[in-house]
Ligand binder design. Sequence first.
Ligand code: IPE
Ligand code: IPE
Ligand code: MG
Length: 271
Amino acid sequence: MGVFEQQLLLLDGEFSLKIWPRNKNEHTPQGIDWDNIPEHIAIIMDGNGRWAQKKGMPRGIGHRAGLEALKAVVRCCDEIGVKYLTVYAFSTENWKRPQSEIGILMSLLKEYLKRELMELVANHVQIRVSGEIEQLPKDVYEDVLQACQKTKNNDGLVFNLALNYGGRSEIVKAVREIAQEVRNGEISVQEINEKIIEDHLYTASIPDPELLIRTSGEMRLSNFLLWQVAYSEIVVAEEYWPDFKEKSLLNAIEIYQNRERRFGGIMKVEE
Ligand code: IPE
Ligand code: IPE
Ligand code: MG
């Protein structure tokens, strides 16, 4: 039995105590409204490579630093009461990168799951994935599946990893599944509606993100959650992802809270 399996066995016990301090006051943002924390935050963690290159270091160092930023953000989201956190960890287009960089990203993911699982479980975090994970290297695929399996009954923060994820391929997957149901006579063409499409996305049962954050100043979606972000508030942070700290997260939430969400309607007016 490997170290990872032994660690997982240890996790089988019941954890009733959370080890992270669930104390919002530890975070000291100025005007944040604690009663209006987004239920679901999605993040495009961008800029690892540039962060490293700016310091004259290889891109892989940036990815490692990015992992540290991720740990802090997951913890902060849980502490302040976010229910769902979806992070873009690897896109369907990231296979275009040099094999050496893909290898680094995959081994960092494995390392994250191995090292952090205990802490995530102790904090009742439920790990989910969105993406074609069957196409990941077999060992990575197995570790990801095991992490999901091990945490599936946890009732804390839902930490959704977008891995080998592409918004377009997600929609293609949904269309294929629905077409098959029509062909099988399970539903009629007329019955296809938004709810049925949503039920066939990886994010089925997860509400749409109210807030989408992208770091490193880039203003594009890069094929992330194309369906789900239809009415999300987008906040672009200037920091490269490894520099994105808890304070940056709270700042993004504050910006979100000051937006007026109209969903196609108009401002509330006195009649
Ligand atoms: C984001 O940082 C991490 C992944 C895409 C996995 P990048 O690797 O895209 O860094 P930049 O954008 O090239 O600086
Ligand atoms: C988006 O970042 C994908 C992830 C953060 C995993 P990219 O760096 O791959 O996106 P582009 O190429 O700048 O659009
Ligand atoms: Mg990038």
